[in-house]
Design a protein around this ligand. Structure first.
Ligand SMILES: Nc1ncnc2c1ncn2[C@@H]1O[C@H](COP(=O)(O)OP(=O)(O)OP(=O)(O)O)[C@@H](O)[C@H]1O
Ligand SMILES: [Mg+2]
Length: 338
């Protein structure tokens, strides 16, 4: 039977390592791990729950291997934290699902991702990175602006106070975020148009969009931003709509181009928002997209397009398997016969 090692950041595991409540607030829910386990088991894999990256490191150095490592672990420290598990896998010649360390690190640092995307001719909002908040802003004339942490996710630090109208507000927002998150602030021109998130699966010529979902904020939502609060209370505050009109089509094209430009593997979810002319603009790429069956955007948009959760996991694993050119004999057998 083929084996999958499942790597994840379960909150209890980190509490046991001495991390604080706040540091672990967003780690993986047991429910999500159970859902992934069930889906992968349904594909005929024997799923071994490994836990966080340090457990994987110990197992790999003990000589343990699996046909595939399936990791949703985002790591704890540093802007390369999402690259840690893929890097470990590469170090130990272990096949794994999702993007490689380079893509993981580049996409977590949103400014790095934007530079690559921009260099490939893909639309992204003008931006500046502030390390202290007191740098000169002589060349910055894009107001309103949006200020967010350089390398976070789940809408952390993306809130009402992020939307600023002048230099004084911009500096105040940037300094507050720099202090709060211990990292630089990314300042972008504010994009006031429609918001889309695009699910993509596959590699190279096989990479394709599985769905584009529009995010609509309800009357009671924090306005103008798909913020942490709006994400947390999405059932009350957000409406998700399958989008297949012309503007959504351009968002999908832009997302696929960015997926390729950033060298994503197997699957990712890309976020875009339109500027005031209705042109969809790249915001960021999520190469470890949330995989909770009911709460996460990628499974949601898959479902809107007739792709069940089990199908989604099958598509992701198949993309990885094809990438490694693993046959039904499994990667381990291939290696043994090499
Ligand atoms: N330049 C911008 N203009 C307008 N809105 C923006 C801008 N940047 C971010 N936002 C809003 O903030 C939200 C969160 O931004 P972003 O996707 O960069 O953060 P994130 O925390 O990495 O998201 P995720 O939860 O997808 O990981 C966006 O979905 C969007 O609503
Ligand atoms: Mg986002």
């Amino acid at each position: 039977m083929r084996t999958v090692g499942l790597v994840y950041d379960l909150r209890d595991d980190y509490l046991a390592l001495g991390f604080s409540d706040e540091q672990t607030a967003e780690f993986d829910k047991r429910e999500t791990i159970n859902q992934i386990t069930e889906a992968l088991s349904g594909l005929g894999y024997a799923v071994e729950p490994i836990g966080h990256g340090r457990r994987l490191a110990a197992a790999l150095s003990n000589g343990q291997r699996w046909d595939l490592v399936f990791s949703i672990a985002e790591g704890v420290r540093g802007r390369s934290r999402e690259a840690q598990v893929p890097a470990l896998c590469e170090l130990f010649d272990q096949a794994y699902v999702f993007s490689d360390p380079l893509t993981m690190a580049v996409t977590l640092d949103k400014a790095m991702a934007k530079r690559i995307v921009r260099d490939c001719g893909i639309a992204t909002a003008p931006f500046v990175v502030l390390e202290s908040g007191s740098e000169t802003l002589a060349d910055w004339n894009h107001y309103p602006a949006f200020v967010k942490p350089l390398a976070e996710g789940t809408g952390k630090g993306c809130e009402l106070a992020s939307l600023v109208d002048n230099e004084a507000e911009l500096r105040a927002a940037a300094m507050s975020l720099i202090l709060r998150f211990g990292q630089p602030a990314l300042v972008e021109a504010y994009l006031p148009g429609r918001e889309f998130t695009v699910g993509i699966i596959g590699n190279g010529a096989h990479a394709h969009v599985i769905g584009t979902m529009e995010i609509l904020l309800n009357a009671d939502a924090e306005p103008g931003v798909y913020s942490y609060t709006n994400k947390e209370e999405w059932e009350r505050l957000v409406t998700y709509r399958r989008a297949d009109d012309e503007e959504a089509g351009r968002a999908a094209d832009c997302a696929l181009a960015a997926y390729r430009a950033l060298g994503c593997h197997d699957a990712a979810r890309l976020d875009l928002r339109s500027d005031r002319t209705g042109t969809p603009v790249f915001l960021e790429a999520n190469p470890i997209a949330g995989l909770n069956m009911t709460h996460s955007d990628l499974p949601m948009l898959a479902a809107q397009n007739g792709i069940t959760y089990a199908d989604l996991l099958a598509m992701i694993v198949t993309a990885a398997v094809e990438r490694y050119e693993i046959t039904d004999r499994g990667f381990a057998d291939l290696r043994a016969s090499a």
